[in-house]
Design a protein around this ligand. Structure first.
Ligand code: GLN
Ligand code: ZN
Length: 729
């Protein structure tokens, strides 16, 4: 019998009580007092829940009001000047940093490693740091008062915290600033009689950690002097600095032992005999039930290779990345339902695995290679070059610097109500379609009046760009309560791919043809690309991600063919999640790029030269991925360019990038109408790098979250900017 442990639990519950509590406070419908009370109830509930499943050392301080990086910054008084209103920060500062105020923009938000969760980036401005509140200690005391005596306070480790913050000139400077605070937190925990504390260092799995090994060692040598037993927890990959970690004076090391790299490290380098090994054996970021015999096989492998002082059995990651429980789902087939394990089901799996009662299998199952090659021996490329196509596509007769949008137009309350009424059966299919067509017709007129050169139908039928296609493809399933936190109180319900994906019938042709029939101007058909479709879904566990992407690509290729045959000869295939999906380790990137590029290529391989293919990516650090983006070979790629005021284009100019570029000239996330002169200046800066013939002008993403008035005002300014520059070149 081993200990059954968890790294952390989720906050966005299936019924979304946590989200409602926050949002009702933000809308000033409930008091601060009521907010604290409701969240305390939820917090204690989950502690007791984990306890009732038999979890040892239940984690505390993993529960947050918004984000754990933010919690840590706030508790250290790391508050940007623009958000500070009180000497001693309280919830006002906390939510100002998270969400911004009328006067001050929020702190930046970034992707949490290779997940779809986004954290708040703390901003160091040389402000004096101090420990405002010892949150882990408070959480521990609260658990103790509730009868849980051996709770494990958890917090993001100093190394990862500094690496993910902004404003420190160096790692050294950052550690110097925060290490005394961590020391104080841990010393107070120790004085309180805390047994174990978990410090999370996911940054130690990145390639960069190799260069930081010395600092990492310094941190833990310092902290171990004052702290309770430290469980140094890693996740998402094997540590890049395994040797360093094994030599640290910490009491335990947490590893994802399902990763082939970790298994190799255990085999070749062993494990220190004086440490507890917290073995991640139940995938914390996937949703499939594990066969007990396979888990037992893995545990035996770990024991035989590692010989740790003690073995803890746990999920590979925090349960933040999966939904709460499958038990309220009623729409799933029995077969699928039986195969699933969400967070609560995983608690049971951990307990079962730790009881060590399952028989082992004789053979160790080979790990699935996420990034396996697909389309071997198939030529996925269109087979012509951009210049030749550019000539064929002159038939569109577009002006210089053509203007367009990214696809979605404002989804006002009445549009969302239409979709809801239809889904609930209160509106017939015919009435629903008619209402959507009317909405499109109105916006075709508006787009023409605004003077846009290439129009869109508006995507009013789509709640979500992945869900919409998932619902029309076979092989996908959807949950009712399968929420996963994306950032703050926002959640997504990722679709579940559980079978071979294919397309029973056309998905977008009717709406596109209808919209095109209303205008002489070209209209773009709108699809979601294969890479985004897989990066934003839960995928089958026993097959590589690339295989699902290839199936989706074939389905999309059919859709592209049908659109083209129906006269829609400008087709946009969105890939906002292309960059997001990059693996954490540089060594894995070539394999990812191979399948990602080839599946995208496959979607448009068969079209005529005169058909123009667009793609769209949001903010993507293009410097790092330009070769792959070039290889995707869409005729036009629209990108986010406004944050850097066009500077991002320099990356494109350096490389061999031959396609056209849609400049995302303003930030759609802001309700502010962009200034015409600002956009003009930005376009002109880009004209120094490429001839005007290579550029389009567009917003930096879809407009679905904007009001109609905001969208119209911004587009009007954008068209004016494009026209002004057009006259000058
Ligand atoms: N076509 C989509 C839209 O406009 C693209 C969304 C995205 O990039 N996330 O909404
Ligand atoms: Zn976008």
């Amino acid at each position: 019998m081993n200990k059954a442990t968890t790294i952390g639990y989720l906050q966005l519950d299936g019924k979304r009580a946590w989200k409602r509590a926050l949002e009702s406070f933000w809308q000033e419908k409930t008091s601060e007092e009521a907010l604290h009370q409701t969240l305390k109830t939820l917090r204690l509930h989950r502690l007791h829940k984990q306890e009732s499943y038999g979890i040892d050392h239940v984690p505390v301080n993993d529960f947050t009001y918004y984000d754990r990086m933010l919690d840590t910054a706030w508790m250290f008084n790391l508050i940007p000047a623009r958000h500070r209103t009180n000497d001693t920060p309280d919830v006002t500062e906390y939510f100002a940093m998270a969400r911004g105020t009328v006067d001050a923009g929020a702190c930046a938000m970034k992707k949490w490693f290779n997940t779809n969760y986004h954290y708040i980036v703390p901003e160091y401005e040389n402000q004096p740091l101090k420990l405002v509140r010892n949150l882990p200690l408070e959480a521990y005391a609260e658990a103790e008062a509730a009868g849980i005596t051996d709770a494990k306070p958890v917090l993001i480790g100093p190394y990862t915290f500094v690496k993910l913050s902004s404003g420190f000139n160096s790692l050294g400077e950052g550690l110097e600033a925060v290490l005394p605070l961590y020391t104080q937190v841990l010393a107070e925990l120790n004085a309180r009689g805390v047994n174990w504390v978990q410090l999370e260092e996911p940054y130690a799995v990145t390639d960069e950690a190799e260069a930081d090994a010395e600092s990492l060692a310094h941190v833990y040598e310092t902290l171990s002097e004052v702290a309770p037993n430290i469980m140094l927890q890693t996740y998402f990959e094997a540590p890049a600095v395994y040797e360093t970690l094994t030599q640290l004076p910490v009491a335990g090391l947490g590893l994802d032992v399902t990763k082939p790299r970790t298994q190799k490290l255990l085999k070749t380098q062993g494990f220190p005999a004086d440490k507890v090994l917290a073995a991640g054996v139940i995938p914390g970021d996937r949703i499939w039930k594990q066969a007990p015999a396979q888990v037992e096989t893995l545990l035996r492998f770990v024991e035989e290779t590692a010989h740790p002082k003690a073995l803890w059995v746990q999920p590979t990651t925090s349960l933040l990345h999966v939904p709460e429980t499958k038990t309220h789902e009623t729409r799933l087939s029995q077969t699928l339902y039986d195969q699933l394990a969400f967070a609560d089901e995983k608690l049971a799996e951990v307990k079962t695995a730790a009881s060590r009662t399952a028989p082992a299998e004789t053979t160790h199952p080979a790990p699935v290679n996420e990034h396996a090659a697909v389309f071997a021996g198939v030529d996925t490329h269109r087979g012509t070059n951009a210049d030749k196509r550019r000539v064929a596509q002159q038939s569109f007769q577009l002006p210089l610097l053509p203007t367009t949008t990214i696809g979605s137009l404002p989804q006002t309350t009445d549009v969302r109500k239409l979709r809801r009424d239809y889904k609930q059966g209160e509106l017939s299919a015919a009435a629903y379609e008619e209402a959507l067509e009317a909405r499109t017709a109105g916006w075709i007129e508006t787009q023409e009046a605004l003077g846009l050169d290439v129009l869109v139908h508006g995507e009013f039928e789509r709640n979500d760009m992945v869900e919409y296609f998932g619902e029309r493809l076979e092989g996908y399933a959807f949950t009712d309560f399968g929420w996963v936190q994306s950032y703050g109180s926002r959640g997504v319900k990722p679709p579940i791919v559980h079978d071979t994906v294919h397309r029973p019938e056309a998905m977008t042709v009717k709406a596109a043809v209808h919209a095109q029939s209303l205008t002489e101007k070209p209209l773009k058909g709108m699809l979601t690309g294969p890479v985004t479709m897989v990066n934003w879904s839960f995928l089958p566990e026993d097959q590589p991600k690339s295989v699902t992407a290839a199936e989706v690509a074939e389905a999309l290729a059919e859709e592209v063919r049908d659109l083209e045959a129906a006269g829609i000869t400008m087709i946009q295939i969105d890939e906002p999640a292309f960059k997001e999906g990059y693996p954490l380790r540089a060594a894995d990137q070539a394999a990812y790029e191979d399948w990602a590029v080839r599946t995208f290529q496959r979607t448009h391989r068969d079209v005529a030269d005169s058909t123009q293919v667009h793609t769209h990516m949001c903010y993507s650090q293009f410097e790092e991925i330009l070769e792959a983006v070039g290889a995707m070979d869409a005729d036009v790629i629209s990108i986010e360019a406004s944050r850097s005021r066009g500077k991002i284009l320099e990356a494109f100019a350096d490389g061999q990038f031959v396609n056209d570029i849609g400049l995302g000239v303003y930030d759609i996330h802001s309700p502010r109408t962009p200034a015409v002169a600002e956009m003009e200046a930005m376009i002109e800066r880009c004209l120094d790098l490429f001839p005007a013939e290579r550029f389009w002008v567009n917003p930096d993403c879809g407009l679905k979250t904007r009001s109609e008035a905001e969208a119209k005002a911004s587009l009007e300014a954008m068209v004016e900017a494009a026209r002004n520059v057009r006259e000058r070149v």
